[in-house]
Design a protein around this ligand. Structure first.
Ligand SMILES: Cc1cc2nc3c(=O)[nH]c(=O)nc-3n(C[C@H](O)[C@H](O)[C@H](O)COP(=O)(O)OP(=O)(O)OC[C@H]3O[C@@H](n4cnc5c(N)ncnc54)[C@H](O)[C@@H]3O)c2cc1C
Ligand code: FES
Length: 443
């Protein structure tokens, strides 16, 4: 019961709930005691009424001042998630039905997902992602990918994923993106896909009052929408800048959805930067060119180091912004970033600087293969693939946990602590290398 009160933020409603709870509890107790003592009916009902009134009064006082509502940030939502997880039993894969499919731009389409079992949905933290599994014909096994949740509500009735169709790189004769093209071409309203619980640590702390700058380009806008909406609902007086780069209006998803937020949130400032605007885009963007550190310095009324930064976009975009912000004196820990494709280049540089073993024996226990690893073989995932093994993976960046594998013996090293935390006794093979002379993996 206290849990219910803690999740109620309105003090009057909390007091009323507590009063009702107090009244019921006291009336039942009083009725029970008086019934057992065999007093006459009139007296029993009178004392039950007095008891209920007393309970209501005590409950109201307790509800108003005795119970503090949970913070509207991470903690309360984590509690809510846990209770919904318990209520739904959602631990691993759960079926979701596509309720709407909406084209947001030339390349990006949104999918609104509702649980097929009709049960409740856990809340999530702004910036988190969903891992989905797709049975794609012609693929040797279901394809697993991660997509940021691109909308936000404290108690969501649906999850929204907004997916960019990935074409093949211009200079390579390779197939276009497997999962994103399948979603665009074959997943329709009524289709069912599987998803895991929301996860991820690229999260905006909603309750903080520090100015925050959300910077994205392309499909990197998805977690930023969730972050901006969470602030607009829970901490609308916080200073927030929403900076987004797109080629032109036809590539710019969610332009009006984000602009609508600025009408409700007084301290949300928007800046859209188009690199190649079309004549019909006039009036829909605030600058031409690219979002860079110089622009940020010009827009912010505080010194750059007074704000926190959240970056999501193409790796070169994030890398140059990160370097530019650090030149402006922003400490590295105030710059958070999420890469959708591969580790941000700055991270790759750090990886090259750290070392694992010079050489190691790697045993893939289930497959019965033993091979020698040297630094040229790269990560344990790359080594496994080179041996013809087919371990599951998605992000290849230590974020999504898809590649998690039991480590039966030995030690591995992560050049960068992975964003995702593997289970005890398991490792993320996409970002680890052997540290000990022998490593035994349950693969
Ligand atoms: C935390 C997180 C959140 C994400 N959120 C989003 C989101 O909100 N929206 C979104 O659209 N994406 C998001 N992504 C990216 C998403 O998970 C997928 O990586 C993306 O959709 C591409 O998957 P795919 O299967 O379509 O492409 P893949 O099949 O994985 O291919 C990726 C690219 O590689 C190319 N390619 C194929 N073969 C080769 C080869 N041999 N050599 C070189 N290149 C090759 C393909 O043409 C394609 O361009 C997110 C990723 C992460 C890690
Ligand atoms: S593939 Fe995502 S953590 Fe390894």
């Amino acid at each position: 019961m206290v849990d219910i009160l803690e999740r109620t933020s309105n003090p009057l409603w909390r007091g009323t709930q507590a009063a009702l709870m107090g009244a019921s509890a006291t009336a039942i107790l009083a009725g029970g005691i008086l019934g057992l003592t065999k007093l006459d009916d009139k007296l029993v009902s009178r004392w039950a009424v007095y008891g209920a009134a007393l309970g209501a009064g005590a409950g109201a006082i307790f509800g108003l001042v005795g119970v503090a509502p949970g913070p509207s940030g991470a903690h309360s939502k984590a509690q809510a998630s846990t209770s919904v997880e318990e209520a739904t039993g959602w631990r691993d894969w759960r079926n979701f039905v596509v309720e709407h499919k909406v084209q947001e731009s030339q390349e990006i389409t949104s999918f609104y997902l509702k649980p097929q079992d009709g049960g409740p949905l856990p809340g999530f933290l702004p910036g988190q992602f969903l891992t989905i599994r797709l049975p794609i014909p012609a693929q040797p096994r279901p394809v697993i990918r991660t997509y940021s949740l691109s909308d936000y509500a404290e108690a969501p009735s649906y999850y929204r994923l907004s997916i960019k169709r990935e074409g093949a790189p211009k200079d390579l004769a390779v197939p276009p993106g497997v999962a994103s093209n399948f979603m665009h071409d074959h997943i329709q309203v009524g289709s069912v896909i599987e998803a895991k619980l929301p996860a991820g640590k690229f999260v905006l702390e909603v309750a903080s009052d520090r100015p925050a700058v959300l910077i994205s380009n392309g499909v990197g806008i998805t977690p930023m929408i969730s972050m901006a909406k969470a602030v607009s609902q829970h901490n609308p007086s916080r200073w927030l800048w929403f900076l987004h780069g797109a080629r032109d209006g036809s590539y710019h998803a969610f332009r009006d959805e984000v602009r609508a937020l600025t009408e409700r949130v007084p301290n949300l400032r928007l800046h859209y930067c188009y690199s190649r605007p079309r004549p019909e885009d006039m009036g829909h963007y605030q600058g031409t060119g690219y979002v860079d550190a110089e622009l940020i310095q010009a827009l912010l009324p505080v010194t750059p180091a007074q704000a926190d930064y959240f970056l999501c976009g193409s790796p070169p975009f994030m890398d140059s912004l990160r370097a530019g912000l650090m030149e402006l004196g922003v400490p590295a820990e105030q710059i958070r970033f999420e890469s959708f494709s591969k580790p941000a280049p700055a991270q790759v540089e750090r990886e090259a600087a750290t070392n694992g073993a010079a050489m190691a024996e790697v045993v893939f226990a289930k497959s019965g293969k033993t091979v020698t690893w040297s630094p040229a073989d790269g990560t344990l995932l790359e080594l496994a693939e080179a041996q013809g093994l087919d371990p599951a993976f998605s992000c290849r960046a230590g974020i999504c946990l898809t590649c998690m594998c039991r480590l039966n013996d030995g030690e591995v090293v992560y050049d960068q602590p992975p964003t995702g935390t593997p289970e005890e006794g398991s490792v993320l093979i996409c970002v680890s290398k052997p540290k000990s002379a022998q490593v035994v993996l349950e693969l």
